[in-house]
Design a protein around this ligand. Sequence first.
Ligand SMILES: [Zn+2]
Ligand SMILES: [Zn+2]
Length: 340
Amino acid sequence: MKAAVFHGKDVGLKIEDIPVPQISADQILVKVAACGVCHTDLHYIEHGVPTFKKPPIVLGHEASGIVEKAGAGVTNVKEGQRVLIPAVLTCGRCSACRRGRENICSAMTMVGNHFDGAYAEYVAVPAKDVLDLPETIPLEEASIIADAISTPYHAVKNRAQVKPGDTVVVFGCGGVGINTVQMASATGAYVIAVDINPRKLEWALEFGAAKTIDATKVERVSKEIKKLTGGGADIAMEVIGNPKTIVEAFESVRVGGRLCVVGYTPEVISIVAGKIMFKELEIVGSLGCRPVDYIPLIRMVEQGKIDVKKQVTHRFSLDELGKAFEVMKEGVSLRSIVIP
Ligand SMILES: [Zn+2]
Ligand SMILES: [Zn+2]
């Protein structure tokens, strides 16, 4: 089968012919319909972030497809079934999993990171983790639910706890950010989107933002937000992972407000601790989503509350995967998918 194999930072990605993966009794072989192209892959390819499985490894972690073959012990999935493969698989046994917080599982594994992923014609995954995709959701575009939409669902619903009527400011309108805008807006919030790319701010308006702020055009974003909201947002969500933006997001919430950090940075941030106490602020982090979140989330897509079709702006074949990363870097794509 054809696959995009990553050989480490020096060699990079190569399109190769490799054997179709073997499956064990509890696994299924999925014929990949599409795989979303994610910024995380760029971290492995260009920024030296190591993959858990040493290269060579097939990347790609946002996949949908059709079950080609089920292992001897599989009872929950049938051949020919349309499935979504979650980006992260959980162990079900560690203390976080036992507390119902599988998304922070201490033994989690990730498709296209711990084992071969879905920039390929076929991928092998445990049958217990996949989700049924209803016929009403387009199979190829559904791939992006696996990460770009599931992460915002958990962040907006469970961690930021957005309620109808809340004022929510979203910092960063990339793939996950735009869906944070869409999810918060679908929940009934008044959403203010912040970015430095005018095209992304236009998209934010299309996906439900009530107002946008171009961070390059104002003196201080937090000041602008306080002006727009009469004292600060109920909730600020940082979806970039930039230390300065996280501080700015912290500064934009009202007394008693909440900051939800969705973007990742290894760096230290500096905030005035007294403000947390005196203003009774809440700071929460958000990582991925739990298996239990997928069913309501898929239903929201089915009902049209969350749009997947409009946000897939580019489609590529496996051979063109390099081009998908180019358009991502240029900031001209909202979400690209690869059709093997
Ligand atoms: Zn991803
Ligand atoms: Zn676990």
